[in-house]
Ligand binder design. Sequence first.
Ligand code: NAP
Ligand code: ZN
Length: 353
Amino acid sequence: MSNTKAYAAASPTSPLASTTITRRDPTEHDVQIDILFCGICHSDVHSVRDEWSDFMSTTYPIVPGHEIVGRVTEVGSAVTQYKPGDLVGVGCMVDSDGICPHCKAGLEQFCQNVIFTYNSPDKHKTAPVTYGGYSDSVVVDERFVLRVPTNLELAGVAPLLCAGITTYSPMRHHGVREGQKVGVIGLGGLGHMGVKFAHAFGAHTVVFTTSPDKTEDALRLGADEVVVSRNADEMQKHAGSFDFILDTVSAKHDINVYLNLLRLDGNITLVGAPEKPLDVAAFSLLMGRRSLSGSMIGGISETQEMLDFCGEHNITADVEVIPIQKVNEAYDRLLKADVKYRFVIDMASLKSE
Ligand code: NAP
Ligand code: ZN
């Protein structure tokens, strides 16, 4: 076992602070990775503050971080796909049972025994729970390690490991394509990736935002139109016109106003995970045979497909790189929707702790 520097929160109300954790020595199937960058996902904030306690409560201390890119430093004897020096990524999952129908279908995220990158039971018993990427290094089974395209800027690749796959997967699943009108609600970390993918898939892309000052950026990121969602008249102009809308909002909001914008058989997919339930009026769904569904990250092979797609199309996240010492400030700014458009921690800053 080895000691690794990390940032952890000791309780739902404590700030993240410097600490030391243990990582296991690589077993025969493991890859040891020196972490270079780690994105800050809003899920990190929900988890640190235990906002999802009804669904999955947080075990403290928590070391968040599931948008990891780094360099391989060591591999176990049975590892075939990676070697020291390779640039790799790790997303929201580090293990699953590998034998259930979901795993066999490449949908490890829905495996009943999925192990998330942080706050899941650690089957290796190195610690009570898994610890995430706000740390110097991590040890992961090679089945959950992704190959990172080498032509892309590394800090902008980190957010692809969660924000990227979480928006790519539902759009692929629902067949987003040219000729469709597609909406993205919320221009944050997930939302701005959703805009890039909807645009890359050829859809007419509309951003719904509560922040009018993000309009210019939204157009630059690939949106064809921007709607300030608090303006009821602007919203009304789009009634009954959308094929698909991706909802990335992190807080409670009125979903009915968006359901009313769907055309016949249109779908809204929730990827945002607000702490409090959303109210759905039956008529919002009955009218126009609309549907509301959800989606969670994406499987490992689809994550690799998404990374390769980004490599081919030169897609990365727009990032604000910060030292880890600014992580608590970044959390506060996320709550104010003040991020353009993903905070990414430069892990070199942890070495000075
Ligand atoms: P983020 O960067 O904070 O972006 C959220 C955006 O939602 C904000 O930028 C803001 O956009 C909008 N927003 C925030 N509060 C709002 C409110 N009260 N009313 C209306 N709009 C509001 O967060 P993120 O990292 O993209 O994550 C978004 C959500 O997805 C979080 O709940 C996260 O936990 C969840 N998530 C889910 C998955 C999954 O697998 N399903 C994966 C990752 C994250 P505007 O300023 O444009 O309005
Ligand atoms: Zn995430």
